[in-house]
Design a protein around this ligand. Structure first.
Ligand code: KMH
Ligand code: ZN
Length: 277
């Protein structure tokens, strides 16, 4: 582990809405494309460089409709220079066509979950044929994958996809820790995953619920990157609901106080090998 001074600037990803949190739980979810655009401007000002996008219908229910993602992409682009990363995970139960369809809009990045996992009482299904299809379409369209790793075996699955030739390595990896049914959000688990990373991969961590802040602090110290946002955690502190920009701003402040700069979107693009916009 290197000293904070001299580490790469911190890339902060914000996942502002997700598929599972409902408007009854918090008033701060960006539901419409316009709200996603406003959120993009606010989180950019707070220090984010990547936005991880899910979409909702006007009534707050989840949707993976290509048209809605196109509107969100346009709104985010109008309001910010953030790296736009679409979810291909969608929501539990979504079929492969729905999940893959949004890639046709050629976002700069898209998530690629690298294995099936328990997800609360449900199962987030990611069999190899689906992973291959998503990875291949990303290759064809020039979309950079972010490998979503919910469990340790998912890194082995990514290496298998690479051996098969459908995924090039290294890539940017996001460890999602603390989902009920998957790997817990502990510093030991994070260290084990980082030790097992394919050579040259950059990494971030998304801690779920109360794991969000401790995982962010650990990543800042370890030289990794951080994802925050209401998709993963709706609280700023016990009993106090968060706004997305507050979660980003807190991580940026802690990083700077620890001697680590915060990356702009174009700095993040150059660190991740994505062409500047
Ligand atoms: N909503 C989860 C079941 C992703 O965006 O790629 C999956 C998810 C992962 O959110
Ligand atoms: Zn997501």
């Amino acid at each position: 582990m290197r000293e904070a001074v001299g580490m790469e600037p911190l890339i902060i990803t914000c996942a502002p809405v997700g598929a599972e949190v409902m408007p009854e739980q918090t008033p701060y979810l960006p539901i419409t494309p316009q709200a996603l655009g406003e959120t993009a401007a606010a989180i950019r000002a707070a220090g984010a460089s990547i936005i991880h996008v899910h979409c909702r219908n006007d009534d707050g229910t989840n949707t993976h409709a290509v048209e809605r993602f196109a509107q969100a992409q346009a709104a985010i682009r109008t309001k910010s220079d953030l790296i736009v990363q679409f979810s291909t995970g969608g929501a539990i139960g979504m079929n492969a066509q729905e999940r893959a369809g949004v890639l046709e809009l050629r976002p700069e990045m898209a998530s690629l979950t690298c294995g099936t996992v328990n997800f609360g009482d449900g199962i987030f299904e990611n069999p190899f044929p689906l992973m291959r299809a998503l990875a291949q379409r990303m290759n064809e369209l020039g979309v950079r994958p972010e490998l979503e790793i919910f469990d340790k075996g998912h890194l082995a699955n990514a290496r298998r996809l690479a051996r098969e030739g459908v995924l090039s390595l290294p890539q940017h990896v996001d460890f999602v820790l603390g989902v009920p049914g998957a790997l817990e959000a502990t510093v030991q688990n994070l260290c084990d995953l980082v030790d097992d990373l394919p050579t040259g991969c950059t990494w971030s961590v998304a801690g779920i619920g109360r794991g969000q802040l401790p995982m962010a602090v650990a990543a800042i110290a370890m030289g990794g990157h951080v994802r925050v946002g209401l998709e993963d955690n709706i609280y700023f502190s016990k009993g106090r609901l968060a706004r997305n920009e507050e979660l980003v701003e807190r991580v940026a402040r802690i990083a700077r106080e620890a001697g680590r700069d915060v990356a702009s979107p174009n700095e993040a693009r150059s660190m991740l090998g994505i062409p500047k916009c």
